[in-house]
Design a protein around this ligand. Sequence first.
Ligand code: ZN
Length: 157
Amino acid sequence: MRPFQRRVVKDRYLADLMLIRLARWLRMAGQDVSRPPQEVDDSALIEAALKEERILLTRDRLLARRCEKAGAGCILVRSSKLDEQLLQLKEAGLSLELSPVRCTLCNGILEEVEGSDPCGSSRQEATTAWRCEVCGKIYWRGTHWPRIRERLDGKEF
Ligand SMILES: [Zn+2]
């Protein structure tokens, strides 16, 4: 039995600064994961989570407890290893399918742009690319995709 039904309203997340790498991987899976702009204290993090209705992702047990008390959503990430972190979140019900919706750098929304293959003109088919609306970074569907997908699937243990 699945622990969660797929939720209608998609949860949004706020990663504390210790979990920026995890945040980038979650964004590859289309998750909305913001981060504080700079070093902020625990109270400010909790406040931001409440105000923006985001679930805080943290490895800090004390912060997680404070978060709970304040009525903010929180997931205490147990492992320091990326693969175990991804597995924990998958078990918590997050969808981790590779999905180009979010910029991995800044969490901005990606828009689809028509593009030709940057690897050369020998290949005729047009490829799809995405551009971040916020920072302008371009994403291509490339040879690295299967590896990213496998890692999100937890196949690299
Ligand atoms: Zn961006």
